[in-house]
Design a protein around this ligand. Structure first.
Ligand SMILES: Cc1cc2nc3c(=O)[nH]c(=O)nc-3n(C[C@H](O)[C@H](O)[C@H](O)COP(=O)(O)O)c2cc1C
Length: 195
């Protein structure tokens, strides 16, 4: 699939829904480029790989760059250990130091933020990223994968950690190794990356 960023001409001014235009209108009131033409970053954390697969598919469709968040101290390879540790970290609000930071975050206007659901919310490395980054004025487009219990309160928590960002609709999918393209397309279209 050719990402929309490679063919911005395919989207005409008149084909855009009003709220998609509003989503990127600037406070200063000058004319802003359509969201599709802005440089996007896909940033995500993934422990068992489900969110990574989704992140890569999103990136293939929107272009831009991709960055995997990793804790400075890797999680154990033992799933049961990580389930317990994750519970403690989530419940205490722990934000693990990250192995590396996104360079030039300031150069991205739109940031897709992906997380597995850990104990009904974002995984701790994603909390670290949101808390440590200057996201004022950015557009955040969240996506998550879960194990069957849904997205929990992760969206509220993202908004709390990025109060100065505009947070758009989230894509919520059950963790998988193969996602339905139509689900991804429908959501991308809703958040302004449609064809
Ligand atoms: C520490 C931990 C906590 C989890 N908590 C939840 C949860 O609250 N609800 C849920 O539906 N799935 C939960 N899961 C399952 C993951 O959300 C699901 O498998 C997800 O797709 C994993 O993404 P990943 O492969 O990118 O790590 C949890 C998994 C782990 C390791």
């Amino acid at each position: 699939t050719v990402g929309i960023l490679q063919k911005p001409d395919a989207v005409s001014e008149t084909s855009k829904a009003p709220q998609q235009t509003a989503a990127v209108s600037s406070q200063k009131g000058e004319k802003t480029p359509s969201i599709q033409k802005k440089k996007a970053l896909v940033v995500y954390f993934s422990y068992t790989g489900n969110t990574r697969i989704l992140a890569e598919q999103i990136r293939q469709n929107v272009g831009g760059d991709i960055f995997e968040l990793q804790p400075a101290t890797p999680y154990s390879t033992d799933y049961a250990t990580v389930e317990k540790q994750g519970k403690q970290e989530v419940e205490s609000g722990y934000k693990p130091p990250l192995k590396a930071k996104v360079e030039n975050l300031a150069s991205y206007d739109v940031i897709f933020v992906g997380t597995p659901i850990w104990w009904y919310t974002i995984a701790p490395p994603v909390a670290t990223f949101l808390a440590e980054s200057d996201l004022a004025g950015k557009t955040i487009i969240p996506f998550c994968t879960h194990g069957g219990y849904g997205a929990g309160h992760n969206l509220e928590d993202i908004k709390k950690l990025a109060p100065k960002a505009q947070v758009l609709d989230e894509l919520v999918l059950r963790g998988n190794s193969k996602y339905e393209q139509k689900d991804i397309f429908a959501w991308l279209s809703k958040v302004g990356f449609g064809e």
